[in-house]
Ligand binder design. Structure first.
Ligand SMILES: Cc1ncc(COP(=O)(O)O)c(C=O)c1O
Length: 490
């Protein structure tokens, strides 16, 4: 093909909002970079090209001007316009298929790490898991507080403290001491971009490749992902009615460097670690110089009494790092979390945080501080606890009335989700797909199994149903769909 044929074939879209000169410029540029138009080729004069393409001369002049300015074209008046001959581009024989070079080992570990962790897709519906009720959030108050911050911008909008907005750290400290029994000062609170970043930073700081880490299985796969990314050895520990089975961990991985646990509310089984086990774990970690990472994510939502105090509050050896999130008491898209670190770990943690992203976005931190200082935070938790309590009852009563012959409910005194075990040995994944095809989401229990789980971690078939994000009528509808699919599987 000669140059005119190539240019005549460029697909200019006259209905596009992008101006024609911009389209022409972009397409000629791409043709040069792809090696379709090669260095030294002569382009038609502007008058000829505008006739060829049925566009105005100005369109061609503007496109040529831009290509000249960026060095793609060269030439002088009277001698013609050429693709710059010095460009080091050669014609490409076929489209690239893969990476030019393989990923580094670290890159490969990263690329695999979150592969098994899903994200929420599409509109909220029954029974989306691990999701608070957006219908209950006071967005009007939030937008008023945020508007106030934008109307009075101050020096905080520069590069600010990587540890987080100081008033927010103070307010969180007061809250965590009172509501979660966390033993801390504001200096120990470091604001992160969700607890995911907190877990990531801690694994990067505290683990060397090959270090052993106990994780609960079934458990939260999002927390294991940073371990895989850090090249740690993920050691799965079964969970029973008293929480993580410490005796198993101690017998199989006595030299572990870290324990990752959800003692207040185990995800997904819903059990709580007993006081006896908490104290045993603390004693073992102190004696073995192991870190305990306490992932406390939704324990504000306890329906049968006041929330249980944190494990960190029982620690007098500074081996526990407390990781919290605003994703459940507020909403996940806010991407705010925090770490309460032992004093000696704060400095390295804050420096690592600043290597990663300087600091978490400041406006959401400031607005959250205002939200807390004005009392909205406490009111929102109280209100949502009541509403989720009702939603939980709708789910439990519905299961008791219509599905008791199919499902056995796990502990339901805390959190946003309910784990139900199947009485029959059905294929839970197929079941979840059939339910999804009918417009309702459920998570098979196997989703939470670690990909390196030992046989002792196996649990029977089950489903996890989120109840907090949706109104009671939706819950009833979701149950009807689930019942229909289960009956059809008879
Ligand atoms: C056990 C557990 N920890 C933490 C989180 C919150 O993570 P993030 O703060 O990154 O949203 C979740 C969310 O589902 C969770 O299930």
């Amino acid at each position: 093909m000669n140059t005119s044929d190539i240019l005549a074939a460029l697909p200019l879209d006259r209905n596009s909002p992008t101006p024609l000169f911009r389209q022409l410029y972009t397409q000629v540029r791409a043709a040069i970079l792809r090696g379709v138009l090669t260095p030294g080729m002569q382009l038609p004069p502007t008058r000829a090209l505008c006739v060829l393409l049925s566009v105005s001369r100005q369109t061609v002049l503007n496109a040529y001007d831009q290509l000249f300015a960026e060095g793609f074209l060269s030439g002088t008046v009277g001698k013609g316009t050429f693709i710059s001959s010095h460009l080091p581009i050669s014609a490409r024989k076929s489209a690239p298929r893969g990476l030019m070079r393989p990923l580094s080992q670290r890159g490969a570990d990263y690329a695999q790490a979150m592969k098994y962790v899903g994200h929420h897709k599409g509109k909220l519906r029954a029974f989306r898991v691990s999701m608070p009720g957006l219908d209950l959030f006071p967005f009007d108050i939030w937008s008023r507080l945020e508007g106030r911050r934008w109307r009075h911008p101050d020096h905080h909008l520069g590069y600010s403290d990587p540890a987080g907005y100081a008033p927010l750290r103070e307010l969180l400290c007061v809250y965590l001491r009172a509501a979660r029994g966390v033993n801390c000062t504001p200096d120990q609170v470091v604001i992160t971009t969700g607890s995911q970043q907190g877990l990531y930073l801690l694994t990067q700081l505290l683990l060397a490749p090959g270090d052993k880490v106990w994780v609960e299985s079934p458990g939260y796969q999002g927390a294991s992902a940073p371990l895989f990314a850090a090249g740690a050895q993920v050691c799965t520990v079964p969970v029973d009615a008293d929480g993580m089975d410490l005796a198993y961990g101690m017998a199989h991985y006595p030299d572990a460097r870290m324990v990752l646990t959800t003692p207040s509310h185990q995800l997904p089984l819903g059990v709580t670690m007993t006081l006896q086990r908490r104290l045993e774990l603390l004693r073992w970690a102190a004696a073995n110089k192991a870190w305990i990472i306490e992932d406390d994510y939704d324990s504000e939502y306890r329906y049968t009494g006041p929330p249980l105090a944190s494990l960190q509050g029982l620690d007098n050896a500074d081996c526990t790092v407390y990781v919290g999130t605003l994703s459940k008491v507020m909403f996940p898209g806010l991407r705010l979390g925090y770490i309460v670190a032992p004093p000696a770990l704060v400095d390295p943690l804050v420096r690592a945080k600043s290597v990663m992203d300087r600091h978490t976005a400041i406006i959401p931190q400031m607005v959250l501080a205002d939200f807390m200082a004005d009392g909205h935070f406490g009111r929102h938790i109280k209100r949502t606890r009541e509403a989720y309590g009702e939603r939980r009852l709708t789910l439990l009563n519905g299961i008791a009335a219509t599905l008791a012959d199919e499902l056995v409910c796990g502990p339901s005194d805390c959190g946003l989700d309910l784990c139900v075990h199947l009485r029959r040995a059905l294929d839970e994944e197929k079941l979840a797909q059939a339910v999804l095809a009918a417009g309702v989401e459920v998570r098979p229990l196997s989703y939470y199994a670690s990909r390196v789980a030992t046989p002792e971690c196996a649990v029977g078939p089950g489903l996890v149903l989120g109840f907090s994000a949706i109104a009671p009528a939706e819950i009833a509808h979701g149950l009807a769909v689930l019942a229909k699919v289960l009956r059809a599987a008879r």
